[in-house]
Design a protein around this ligand. Sequence first.
Ligand SMILES: C[S@@+](CC[C@H](N)C(=O)[O-])C[C@H]1O[C@@H](n2cnc3c(N)ncnc32)[C@H](O)[C@@H]1O
Length: 351
Amino acid sequence: MSNAVQDSALETLLLPVFEGRVAWPSDGALFLNARDGWPLHRQPLPGLVAEQGFKPAFDALQRSGINLLDEADDRRFPLVLLLPPRQRSEARALYARALSRLTDGGVVLACQANDEGAKSAEADLAKLIGPLTVMSKNKCRVFWSQPGNAVNAALVDEWRDLDAVRPIADGRFLSRPGVFAWDRIDVASKLLAESLPGDLRGRAADLGAGYGYLSAELLSRCAGITSLDCFEADARALALCRRNLDAESKRLPIACHWHDVTSGLPGRYDVIVCNPPFHAQVGAERPDIGRRFIEVAADALNPGGRLWLVANRHLPYELALNTGFDAVNTITQQSGFKIIEAVRSRKAGGR
Ligand SMILES: C[S@@+](CC[C@H](N)C(=O)[O-])C[C@H]1O[C@@H](n2cnc3c(N)ncnc32)[C@H](O)[C@@H]1O
């Protein structure tokens, strides 16, 4: 699948380095919430180490030869670059972590797109480390400083745990800022859960499992499910999913996979449930991702296997559904969403 989307924030992040306004340190630099793209390859960036918890972005960095941060590597760096996430509590906690990784006299360099909240991101960093140097380009703001003694240590302490794990939904699930619909049960997923028929049975998978809501509902509504594989790209969501399904995992085999679903699935299933993503990390709506999830589900289902899917009503998934499945039924349309059951032929190799 093509991911050739222009990444203006990444391009702008590196501008101060390319223009010689921020010196690339000989001891290397740490890049938090890193993404791959041509700016990382335009000139040598010796000692660059990247961290990324979203599997497709992690895989892209790895494929292009960027060194990825080892869990055991607790070094401090003279330059920490970051692309703050959109969710503000998560971004504030990431700033606090960036500072904890900075050597004395080191530089923090961050960039965000204007339409993703660049002004707030800049203001937040300034609260932590004082006045910043700022450049505005490519509809993004890039800002940096060598904070030295200007760090507001009390605020760093406060922000460090802003994205901590906590109970939501009256204590039924654990979640944290930054994961999909982190502080609630997503309305589309709830509609899908309420539509699931009790007779779904056999080996099941949840594609894009998030913190595990849909999986938990599938297990509580369908007693005939014999095993469950949860596939999720966001490492933090997956860790929550594992914890949220812990009690169920004593009853049946449950495996949680840090996995890019668009790359295909390693197993075969009788049931797949899915509320597919329709955005990538960067840029506008991406219905191609949802279509790819549907193709992957069709390929991974056994003859007679059933996909239960929820989608925004306007998303064009019909062709992918009709190509991959032998029977496609719209079960309901409500509140801007459609619930679809798609069934594979009972004949082996159906498609
Ligand atoms: C619409 S959310 C659904 C979350 C969850 N199933 C729920 O019901 O609340 C889609 C999920 O897919 C994940 N995701 C996005 N791209 C993915 C990919 N390529 N492979 C696997 N998961 C992905 C997102 O991190 C997100 O958790």
